[in-house]
Design a protein around this ligand. Structure first.
Ligand SMILES: [Zn+2]
Ligand SMILES: [Zn+2]
Length: 218
């Protein structure tokens, strides 16, 4: 599995642009997935081009939650990619792509080894729902989260229906229940994660620095 961060608050390379938002391109068992689309399509598409990633190659486009910094690039990507299946956590009444759009409220296997968490609600902000992606491999589950608004605890709990989570990648927001990371082997806290430094200091061998251009091989 190869995960390339294509949109993030920081960048690892001056040629690539940082901006508040998140998106990553995932290559997993012959399936390519664009997870979230950042805030601005111009930045997303330019970063992807420089990283040699063609939006046409995504078979699945998965949006974690309905916030502009995850959704902003979506409609321009859909103009280019007319075939990918689209997984949205909301009803898109304006969409011209209804025949390829899916809303999964419950935990659902998209393929045998790619699973949507289904919609989890944020306790502090009622009505704000988010879905995460779980990838099943030999070691257990790789968990990819957009902002973790429902809380890392809920997301990891949900993943345990399908296996043992061992990696967590994405935005973790205000997450500070650091003990939950003890059982994981790898954590890449990025985007909106407030306590990146604490996580890095507590788990120096598990921590992976995020940023546009980061490629994680698992
Ligand atoms: Zn965000
Ligand atoms: Zn958000």
């Amino acid at each position: 599995m190869k995960i390339t961060i294509v949109y993030d608050n920081t960048t690892l390379d001056e040629e690539l642009k940082a901006d508040w938002g998140f998106s990553c391109f995932i290559e997993f068992q012959d399936i390519n997935i664009l997870f979230d689309t950042g805030a601005k399509s111009s930045i997303l598409l330019s970063n992807m081009e420089k990283l040699n990633i063609d939006p046409l190659n995504a078979e699945i486009i998965f949006i974690s939650h309905q916030h502009g910094d995850h959704l902003g690039g979506l409609y321009d990507v859909l103009e280019k990619n007319k075939k990918a299946k689209i997984y949205l956590p909301f009803d898109d009444s304006k969409s011209n792509d209804k025949n390829r759009t899916y809303k999964l409220t419950k935990p659902t296997k998209i393929t045998e080894n790619i699973i949507s968490s289904g919609l989890l609600e944020c306790d502090e902000r009622k009505g704000l729902v988010e879905q995460s992606l779980f990838f099943k491999c030999e070691k257990g589950l790789i968990v990819i989260a957009g902002c973790s608004h429902p809380g890392v605890r809920k997301i990891l709990e949900r993943s345990r229906i399908f296996g043992k989570p061992f990696a967590l990648i994405g935005g973790l927001h205000g997450f500070n229940e650091f003990e939950l990371l003890e059982d994981l082997e790898l954590v890449c806290p990025t985007h909106c994660t407030k306590h990146i430094n604490e996580i890095k200091h507590l788990f120096p061998t598990k921590h992976i620095k995020g940023g546009v251009g980061k490629i994680i091989h698992i």
